[in-house]
Ligand binder design. Structure first.
Ligand SMILES: *Cc1c(COP(=O)(O)O)cnc(C)c1O
Length: 379
């Protein structure tokens, strides 16, 4: 369905998901990853809408979770427990118990104190736990400061200088089985050289471990592949071919090693748009404001990271004018874009904020006690 033919009688704001585009994207991810026998886990935190999750699990993807509730949600939406991985720097005892009870595939662990707590809880439950160490590889992803995670100033992962010590200690823990290494260097990464850097670092780490006689069966490279926020029409599907090719070319796996990925944004961002209506046009001295019925509580990314989303008036084909497109919330950061070119806009026009499928609906809140946005699907 064209955005311009969306019904105007549905209460706005709402997220609109183009299911055909999602299906096409999933097909491409599978085609390109299966070439190398790679396993792809969908990162639930990007979008946890159950309709979308059921579709994704139905295509055979695993799930990447970062909280106990995400683990439950993944299982409820059809992801098999033996394809669920669970990361996070601050797993609570209750969350660890829940994941253990459900026999998920692997805990991606971020510190020795966490591994020790998991060992204790597993002992109490009489279980052995598969874990991977999340390594902070000190590779700069060259992305936005707030979404880079793989350099030593970040809180994430076990630092390289600490890795040997962590391994020495954890092999003493009777309820822990170390099955792999995990990496995730950041998000919205469009330059493949960052992933090449990650491969080279992973090769170095593996070589060192091998010298000590340690070869692990699993390597997980996390997610982070970026999308084209500027041109969602001409570039609706990221270059998964180039992405997986980079790992095939630069990473040197050990025999029979299984390689995993955790993709969120690149799978789900482009199929979603936030649809809202213009409440008022307010003329300032120097600028015109288009005031929407959607706010930063519906889509936080512009306020949180000054993120760019393409904005379109899908009701108007009049001459273009410039607007500051803002929400109704009592914060100056509640602004979706300044000096945005839109077809001449009036009260009641429908506005689409594009590429909002990832980190949109999941970050929505009830700030100002507003309602949560609803969702609508193309089929
Ligand atoms: C957020 C996250 C992902 C997904 O990142 P994208 O940039 O959306 O692909 C993958 N793995 C972990 C551990 C994460 O925290």
């Amino acid at each position: 369905m064209q955005l311009s033919s969306l019904p105007s009688n549905i209460q706005t704001p709402y997220y609109y998901y183009n299911i055909e585009l999602l299906e096409e994207t999933l097909r491409l991810v599978l085609d390109e990853s299966k070439r190398y026998n790679y396993h792809v886990h969908y990162a639930i935190k990007a979008n946890a809408n159950p309709v979308l999750l059921k579709l994704i699990s139905g295509q055979g993807f695993g799930a990447d979770c970062v909280s106990g509730n995400e683990v439950s949600c993944a299982l409820e939406c059809g992801f098999p427990a033996n394809q669920v991985v669970y990361a996070g720097v601050g797993k609570s005892d209750q969350e660890i118990e829940l994941a253990l009870k459900n026999d998920i595939f692997c805990f991606n662990c971020e510190s020795l104190p966490e591994i020790e707590v998991i060992n204790e809880i597993a002992q109490r439950m009489d279980k052995k736990v598969r874990i991977a160490i999340r390594v902070n590889p000190n590779v700069d992803a060259h992305t936005h400061h707030y979404i880079t995670t793989g350099i030593e100033e970040n809180k994430f992962g076990v630092y390289l200088y600490d890795l040997e010590h962590v391994i020495t200690e954890l092999v003493k823990l009777p309820h822990i089985e170390l099955i792999g290494l995990h990496f995730h260097i950041g998000s919205q990464i469009t330059d493949m050289t960052a992933f090449r850097g990650l491969c080279i670092r992973a090769n170095e780490i593996q070589a060192k471990m091998k010298e000590k006689g340690m070869v692990l069966p699993h390597i997980n490279f996390g997610g982070g592949l970026g999308i084209d926020y500027q041109s969602p029409e001409t570039n609706p599907i990221p270059d998964f071919k180039a992405y997986f090719e980079t790992f095939a070319k630069f990473f040197e796996p050990q025999p029979n090693q299984q390689i995993h990925f955790e993709l969120g944004r690149s799978i789900i961002a482009q199929c979603g748009s936030l649809i809202s209506k213009v409440l008022y046009i307010k003329e300032g001295k120097k600028r015109k404001f288009a005031i929407l019925d959607a706010g930063m509580n519906d889509l936080l990314r512009p306020a949180l990271y000054q993120a760019y989303h393409k904005i379109e008036n899908i009701s108007s084909d009049k001459l273009e004018e410039k607007y500051d497109v803002v929400g109704p919330i009592c914060e100056s950061s509640d602004c979706f874009g300044k000096d945005i070119t839109l077809n001449a806009t009036q009260r009641g026009d429908m506005i689409a904020i594009r590429s909002a499928g990832a980190y949109g609906e999941t970050m929505a809140s009830r700030y100002n006690l507003r309602n949560l946005p609803q969702s609508l699907f193309s089929k």
